[in-house]
Design a protein around this ligand. Structure first.
Ligand SMILES: [Zn+2]
Length: 464
């Protein structure tokens, strides 16, 4: 993803897309369901059974089959989805549900169909069996994010069955490739088909809106910002030579020193409005004293709730790959490392200046990926509408904004001016290990939670 892209207005949808008219077996079409939550757990289980593993750049399976299934469900609900392939088998599905008020700005829902790999030997159930057991839907993607795919499908199906229309246009995008870089999914759609998202003011997607119980208080953190991604390739240069005759200009040593300086560096606290609001509002809900002049102590006092802010009060720079040398008795002329940097909104240049200082004179950097941080308004009617929708199903919900440490497809849609929120509502049991399950072993989601989420989404998308 790039930080900015010029998007041409009004380009036509052409090329690999096609109007979709296939009817998939196994959909619940014709069953006359009217409630938004009806059949949502079956939809989630069915989607999990499509192995849509994304192993990284260009290496994935199953997205086309999952997209065809989704398009079939939408078609059976009387909608007209468009299936768009960015490359062979890399499929996306986009559908627009026209609202009753053509003057109202549209809302985008985006949900990715791909998942990260799962090693069956580590799991207690086959990760792509889509089992429903003990009130839980099991499998890779259960919380990241076939849950959201299923909830929005169930909602749209119920609208069709009941003859309901939302006030605003609702655009729903089921996308490929979020787990790599979005080059075949959201980023490609934004570059090649921006017209599909015309009029969208906000987007909702993963990583927020689920319940998080802390000391008897039910928080629902909604993501309203994401740190930026700055991936760097570091190259140290020195004098090559014989390993038995050390010289002071050794590239391996230069690189090791630079990485040690980066690891030891204490990044300064940089409080953004979203993180500040998270600390203040969560502290108020929990009755914890919030002192913004000592953020680390405040985070400590917030306990479990504080952990959600730890990675977002300052930048981080994590060395993740090392590469140097080719023979034990040869000093190489160069040494390399990759650095995973994350910076808060508005602090990207400060981050790079600091890295340059820490690298010192013998190490250069090259940018592999630079994606600016994004943030969406927290004191807005949009945010309040999400909070209100949650409260219709949980009157005790304490809805707070937070900042994501990593990133999602929201960064791609931000290039179209679409403000992104992590709002994928679920009500979870106390101590449900939600955060450990995304990309983890034995990923699962409570069916009750899905039904709750479908009702919340229905309310939000129809009334916002
Ligand atoms: Zn995800």
């Amino acid at each position: 993803m790039q930080d900015e892209a010029n998007v041409s207005e009004g380009s036509n949808v052409t090329g690999t897309d096609e109007a979709y008219s296939h009817t998939s077996p196994g959909t619940a079409a014709g069953t006359g369901t009217h409630r938004p939550e009806d059949g949502v757990e079956d939809l989630c289980a069915r989607l999990i059974r499509f192995d849509t593993t994304n192993r990284g750049p260009g290496d994935s399976v199953g997205e086309r089959e999952a997209a065809e299934y989704v398009a079939g469900v939408l078609t059976d609900a009387g909608l007209s989805p468009t299936l768009l392939e960015s490359a062979p088998r890399r499929a996306n599905v986009v559908v627009r549900i026209p609202g009753t008020d053509p003057a109202a700005e549209a809302v985008l829902v985006h949900a990715h169909l791909d998942v990260v790999p799962a090693d069956p030997s580590e799991w207690s159930v086959p990760p792509f069996a889509g089992e429903i057991r003990d009130g839980l839907v099991w499998g890779r993607g259960a919380v990241d994010m076939k849950d959201m795919c299923a909830m929005v499908l169930a909602v749209l199906r119920s609208w069709s069955a009941a003859g309901l229309r939302p006030r605003r246009d609702i655009v729903v995008a089921f996308v490929a490739d979020e787990e790599a870089h979005g080059d075949y999914g959201a980023s490609w759609l934004v570059d090649e088909h921006p017209d599909l998202f015309a009029g969208c003011a906000i987007g909702i997607s993963e990583s927020g809106g689920h319940s998080f119980d802390v000391d008897g208080v039910r928080l629902y953190p909604v993501a309203a910002a994401e740190r930026g991604t700055i991936h760097l390739r570091l190259t140290a240069r020195g004098r090559a030579g014989h390993g038995s005759r050390p010289n002071p200009d050794n590239a391996v040593v230069h690189l090791a020193h630079a990485l040690a300086r980066i690891a030891a560096y204490e990044w300064p606290v940089r409080l953004t409005p979203t993180v500040r609001a998270y600390l203040e509002r969560t502290g108020a809900a929990l009755g914890v004293d919030v002192d913004l002049t000592d953020v680390d102590a405040t985070i400590g006092r917030l306990g479990k709730a504080g952990a959600l802010a730890t990675a977002t009060v300052r930048a981080t720079a994590t060395p993740t790959m090392l590469d140097a040398g080719y023979k034990i008795n040869v000093i190489p002329g160069t040494a390399h490392a990759n650095l995973d940097g994350r910076a808060l909104p508005g602090t990207e240049q400060e981050f790079l200046d600091t890295i340059d200082e820490l690298l010192g004179p013998h190490v250069e950097r090259e940018t592999l990926d630079y994606t600016e941080a994004v943030s969406a308004p927290i004191d807005s009617p949009w945010f309040e509408a999400m909070a209100a929708a949650l409260r219709t199903q949980d009157p005790d919900a304490v809805v707070v904004p937070y900042c994501m440490g990593g990133g999602t497809d929201a960064k791609s849609f931000a290039r179209l001016g679409i403000a992104g929120y992590g709002f994928s509502p679920l009500r979870l049991p106390v101590d449900f290990p939600f955060r450990g399950l995304a990309h983890g072993v034995d990923e699962r989601v409570p069916a009750d939670g899905l039904r709750f989420g479908a009702r919340v989404l229905d309310h939000f998308l129809r009334t916002v």
